[in-house]
Write a protein that binds this ligand. Structure first.
Ligand code: MN
Length: 228
């Protein structure tokens, strides 16, 4: 293909024990999917319909990266999350068949400019400035489901400078992974290459330059970044 400007390529992510990469198409994220986190954000954790937002695909950065503290914020938060990577998609996917579309799983951090997000919420404006900025989706290698299975329980945790800040379990997800894929696919046509960040447990909090973030999902892997 010839383009009228230079081609900027496609975002991708590493796959465990593979030289081949996972091409990233879209990044979807689920809001408030653990009751304790919904409470800490001042919301009722009852099972209201899940809601979704997106980050640009090139927000992905690999584990081991330096994460540049983003501009225009004084309150940048970590949110550790299980990430689902799709190998196929569709619309109106039945929950019973949803896991057939999963290539594998990874550990991600949904980094959030909380002050901007709170302002946008207050003013009834879109969340992009708070959520969808450069480098805002650090992610571990993807582990194929053929290796790790389809995890339904297991610790989800994050340490900042060796201090445990977030701790939850996949068995606390308000909406399960098949339910998330089902609900998302009712609103968007899903596709191979899509990533889904599945929500964060309680304990979100601020990061600062110099911090070392280490997080993981037991049975899937871990991620480490340094804030610079
Ligand atoms: Mn999140």
């Amino acid at each position: 293909m010839n383009y009228v400007i230079s081609d900027f390529g496609r975002a991708d992510a590493a796959v465990q024990n593979s030289q081949s990469r996972f091409p990233v198409r879209r990044i979807y994220l689920v809001g408030r999917n653990y009751a304790e986190h919904a409470r800490e954000m001042g919301h009722d954790p009852n099972r209201e319909e899940p809601f979704f937002f997106q980050k640009p695909s090139d927000a992905v950065i690999p584990s081991g990266s330096d994460f540049p503290y983003p501009p225009k914020s004084n309150n940048v938060h970590h949110e550790i999350e299980l990430v689902v990577a799709l190998k196929s998609g569709g619309s109106n996917i039945n929950p019973e068949h949803a896991l057939d579309h999963v290539y594998g799983y990874a550990v991600g951090i949904d980094i959030t400019r909380r002050d901007l997000q709170q302002n946008m919420k207050k003013m009834g404006r879109p969340w992009e400035a708070g959520k969808s900025f450069d480098h805002s989706a650090p992610m571990s290698e993807i582990v194929p489901a053929t290796e790790c299975g389809h995890p339904q329980s297991g610790g989800v945790w994050l340490k900042v400078n060796d201090e445990l800040r977030q701790q939850g379990d996949l068995n606390q997800l308000i909406w399960s992974i098949p339910e998330i894929i089902n609900k998302l696919s009712e609103m968007f046509e899903l596709s191979a290459g899509d990533l889904i960040f599945t929500g964060t447990p309680a304990g979100v909090g601020p990061i600062a330059k110099g911090d070392r973030l280490l997080g993981g999902v037991d049975g899937v892997g871990d991620i480490e970044i340094t804030v610079v």
